[in-house]
Design a protein around this ligand. Structure first.
Ligand code: HEM
Length: 406
């Protein structure tokens, strides 16, 4: 079989959906990076993929992804008991109404403060502004002091932006990760030495005091990696805030509904942003043993892909999947294994994102705030090329002559 790595790089998010359209089989077969690969989608496939007797995650993440997006030794690379113990730290920090509300409060305070200065400027780039706002908000919440928020925001964005490319973007991502790990590793050492303080109950405090499955503290570098695994993805919500600008521009009736302040619409808007717009393309793991999925043999060692973007646009699950329509989620919370932009299954038992409640709550808070602003949309490139991973709005979404309604 011909290796599809080049096709994946060239087609990006459309590679798997194109392959699904050309087959009636329950799987898509390919070769990626010299290895046999099988792609799956659908709620049953989610349950199959997240069963650790079927698929292990430990060794499936390529080095370039670890050195940019996640960090070596991150929770993403653990399986079994070691994973559960590390994961519990994230879940206790990031789930429950109190935890989510306090993070959202820090971010909305940073938003309100930043937005107050926008009317004095000819234009602002929403992507850049949102990344700085989220950086200030999440670092304040996490107990991490910032010397230069703009520089840190640039590094956090770079780590996400450069994980799936071989060019200069990738090397920028590696340098950004090295800088941030060194900075936060020193902070962890300073807290342990009593030179710096970590507010009780903060994310900084949690990584400093966390004991792994072997009863040991995390070494400073791994503690920095995990602190970054809270801060970096929160800042990555700027991708969806920018997509919110895009959606509101193209769908004025959605903006009107958000302005009316109906919470059911605000939360539905957050879900539809995560379903419709491209971000995480798919997940990968290795078949632990010879497996069968709907009669198809998946030999041990095969790379098993769960097609997140494909499932979120699967016509078997969604009416008019390529239409942006938040009404599909009004008073209908998405079933656990149908909407999977942040992974599927149970977050406590598997690798599903522990930041999903936070992501939804942030978009729920920021979407209506953006909808209530008055601004011009000057001529700009609003395309979102699907062959770029991660995709993003080309112009970053420029807001001109912002007016804050009184
Ligand atoms: C895992 C997406 C926001 C923390 C994941 C996974 C995806 C994902 C696809 C992998 C799931 C798997 O391997 O099964 C996203 C997207 C986000 C987002 C699209 C929106 C921008 C967040 C936030 C946080 C967070 C806000 C923390 C504050 C994590 C962590 C993991 C993870 C720690 C690893 C979990 C594990 O391996 O058990 N996320 N995420 N993410 N996410 Fe998120």
């Amino acid at each position: 079989m011909v290796d599809s790595s080049a096709a994946l790089l060239a087609k990006g998010y459309t590679w798997l959906p194109d392959r699904w359209r050309r087959t009636d089989a329950p799987v898509v077969r390919a070769r990626l990076m010299g290895r046999q690969a099988v792609a799956l989608r659908g709620p049953d496939a989610v349950r199959f993929f997240y069963d650790e007797r079927h698929v292990e995650r430990r060794s499936a993440l390529p080095e370039p992804v670890l050195s940019t997006l996640f960090g070596h030794g991150a929770v993403h690379t653990l399986d079994g008991h070691a994973h559960r113990v590390r994961k519990e730290m994230f879940l206790s920090l990031l789930t429950g109404p109190q935890a989510v509300a306090s993070l959202v409060e820090c971010v909305t305070a940073a938003w309100d403060e930043a937005v107050a200065s926008w009317p004095g400027r000819p234009s602002v780039v929403l992507f850049d502004e949102a990344s700085r706002i989220l950086t200030r908000g999440v670092c304040r919440w996490a107990g991490v002091p910032l010397l230069d928020a703009d520089e840190v925001a640039r590094d956090l964005v770079a780590m996400v932006d450069g994980f799936a490319t071989a060019g200069p973007r990738h090397w920028r991502a590696r340098r950004a990760r090295n800088r941030c790990e060194a900075w936060l590793g020193h902070l962890v050492e300073d807290v342990r030495a009593g030179i710096a303080t970590a507010p009780a109950g903060s994310a900084l405090d949690a990584v400093v005091r966390h004991r792994d499955a072997d009863g040991e503290f995390l070494d400073p570098r791994t503690a920095a990696v995990e602190l970054l695994n809270v801060i970096r993805p929160t800042v990555a919500v700027c991708w969806f805030v920018t997509y919110a600008g895009h959606a509101l521009h193209h769908r004025p009736e959605v903006r009107e509904r958000l302005r009316e302040g109906d919470p059911a619409h605000a939360v539905a808007f957050a879900h539809e942003l995560r379903r419709f717009y491209p971000f995480a393309p798919f997940l990968g793991g290795l078949a632990v043993t010879d497996l069968r999925w709907r009669g198809e043999l998946i030999p041990a060692g095969t790379l098993v892909l769960l097609d997140l973007f494909g499932q979120n646009h699967d016509p078997a699950l969604w009416d008019e999947p390529y239409t942006f329509d938040p009404r599909r989620f009004v008073d209908r919370p998405p079933p656990r294994d149908e909407l999977i932009p942040q992974g599927g299954g149970d977050p406590a038992a598997g690798h599903r994102c522990p930041g999903e409640d936070v992501t939804v709550a942030l978009l729920w808070a920021l979407g209506p705030r953006l909808a209530r602003l008055e601004y011009d949309v000057p001529d700009q490139d609003l395309r979102i090329p699907l062959n770029r991973m991660p995709a993003r709005v080309r112009s970053g979404f420029v807001l001109g002559k912002v007016r804050v309604p009184v």
